[in-house]
Design a protein around this ligand. Structure first.
Ligand SMILES: [Cu+2]
Length: 505
């Protein structure tokens, strides 16, 4: 098998180019059905029900365990993260072999402060596989960022060390990024939240601060996690159960009138989460890279894979409030499109008795300065290809016509210079674009000739680029070294939709 491809030997038709893909979608998927017969996961319609193990719902929401610092003094966060096989209980009566950081999935919550130095020893105890830890969204030096070019061998340890600059408070995360194994290591359980706290936080402490990390579980009847199928490689792996902090539809109890600060993380490989809070009022206060300039009321939010959003949710009505999914069509290929709408991810019981009065949310949160005029403009075009080779069909996910090559630098930039990046999606699926090393500002979206400005200025490290859409963003890399940019549907990244940016001092 080609390292970037996958095979569909049952396909009789020779297809090439993304138009062929679109044609297949319109043709009623007869070819794709034969693919799923060969092992493609068909979602909820074909055989999947028989395969599924039931996952119980409704237990009290677990807050993520925090990683304790061993430094014994403020200003230094020092700890160890061990990636290793572990066992989880998702179904009531059987164990699931997973991969875990320090025995838990999601991994332990890391909380540190702006200005802190971080030193984390990573122990890779995954048998026979290299790994890394990528500090997703964080302003860390290139050689500490867990690039695929810097693998940690099975059985080896390494220390990641970096400073958290002033102004870097935000909702980041950590996950593996080894060459060719990222998708599998993440869906088997390796991901955790890293919250950088501000020394002076404008959000009232009375709201609490709770991480809700969404992952996406597929469970076979024996409790195991099935391997990726061809359908997964094409669409990205979507599971059968969306979990919150490892639990299905957990319950949270709050007093009437309570306001809660919630940090929502899409840590799934490939599931798009369009969400609404029924029975409670949402206000967006932050994105990937921290707080907005001012709060923005929202009826619904959209989290594509790897995105985060910070909310204040007001529970002003007694009874039940639910965080539910809405339908979102991200350009599914072939059969087995998962049922996106109507899943309840979290249930909140709001008591009849009012709680203590909550302080108001400030009208201003923190200033965000626009990045200003770019010195350089770049254009990145995303395409999908499908072609026959000697052994079968091969699918490619490309940027500017090229699949990822670890030996090739795709873009050379200069540290400290503002750039305009235009991400053009000419493919048939949405692709969430992620860049390492810095936070960017989305300035414009264009689709069918219509140009729209984003509703608010925000710091982002991941942005969805819908099919046929162009997203323009401004960015500045402050530190030299090699940085990855890629689609955060992890199966697409693995099949080639990634490049290397070399930032020169
Ligand atoms: Cu993609």
């Amino acid at each position: 098998m080609h390292r970037r491809g996958f095979l569909a030997a049952g396909l009789a038709t020779v297809l090439s180019g993304s138009r062929a893909l679109a044609q297949m979608k319109m043709d009623g998927m007869s070819d794709m059905d034969s693919m799923s017969d060969m092992g493609g996961h068909a979602g909820h319609d074909m055989g999947a029900m028989a395969l599924d193990a039931a996952v119980p719902e409704g237990a009290a929401l677990r807050e993520l365990p925090t990683l304790a610092s061993e430094a014994g003094r403020p200003g230094l966060f020092k700890a160890k993260l061990t990636a290793a096989p572990a066992t989880a209980r998702f179904a009531a009566d059987r164990d699931t072999p997973i991969l875990a950081y320090n025995g838990t999935s999601p991994g332990p919550l890391i909380e540190a402060y702006e200005g802190d130095r971080v030193e984390i020893t990573f122990a890779n105890r995954i048998e026979g596989e290299q790994s890394t830890i990528h500090w997703h969204g964080m302003p860390v030096p290139a050689d500490q960022d867990g690039n695929p070019m810097d693998p940690v061998a099975a059985g080896a340890d390494r220390v990641y060390g970096f400073e958290l600059p002033e102004g870097s408070a935000g909702s980041y995360w950590y996950h593996p990024h080894p060459h060719g194994r990222t998708a599998e290591q993440v869906y088997r359980g390796l991901a955790g939240a890293f919250v950088v706290k501000a020394k002076a936080d404008p959000v009232p402490a009375a709201y609490g601060d709770t991480v809700l990390m969404f992952t996406d579980l597929r469970l076979a009847a024996d409790g195991s996690m099935p391997d990726n199928t061809m359908n997964d490689l094409m669409n990205g792996r979507v599971g059968d159960h969306v979990l919150v902090n490892g639990q299905k539809n957990p319950r949270l109890t709050v007093a009437m009138g309570a306001k809660r600060r919630l940090r929502l993380y899409n840590a799934t490989n490939a599931r798009f989460l369009r969400l609404a809070f029924e029975g409670a009022a949402m206000t967006i206060i932050g994105t990937d890279g921290g707080l907005l300039g001012k709060p923005v009321a929202a009826n619904e939010i959209m989290l594509s894979p790897a995105e985060r959003i910070e909310l204040v949710v007001a529970f002003d009505r007694a009874g039940t409030a639910t965080l539910t999914t809405l339908d979102y069509d991200r350009g599914w290929m072939g059969p087995g499109r998962p049922a996106d709408a109507g899943l309840t991810l979290l249930t909140v019981d709001v008591s009849k008795t009012p709680g203590e009065a909550m302080p108001p949310l400030p009208e201003r949160l923190r200033p965000i300065a626009p990045l200003g005029q770019p010195a350089v403009s770049r254009r990145l075009v995303f395409t999908e290809t499908m072609a026959m080779n000697a052994t079968g069909m091969e699918m490619g996910f490309l940027i500017n016509g090229k699949a990822f090559d670890m030996e090739r630098v795709d873009i050379v930039a200069r540290a400290g210079e503002t750039e305009l990046w235009e991400i053009v999606n000419q493919a048939d699926m949405d692709h969430p674009f992620h860049l390492h090393g810095t936070q960017f500002q989305v300035v414009e979206r264009e689709r069918d000739g219509k140009v729209a400005k984003p509703p608010y200025l925000a710091w982002k490290d991941t942005v969805n680029v819908a099919r046929s859409e162009t997203v323009r963003l401004l960015l500045r890399q402050e530190r030299p070294g090699q940085r990855m940019y890629h689609c955060h549907i992890l199966e697409h990244e693995q099949l080639g939709m990634m490049g290397i940016l070399d930032v020169e001092a």
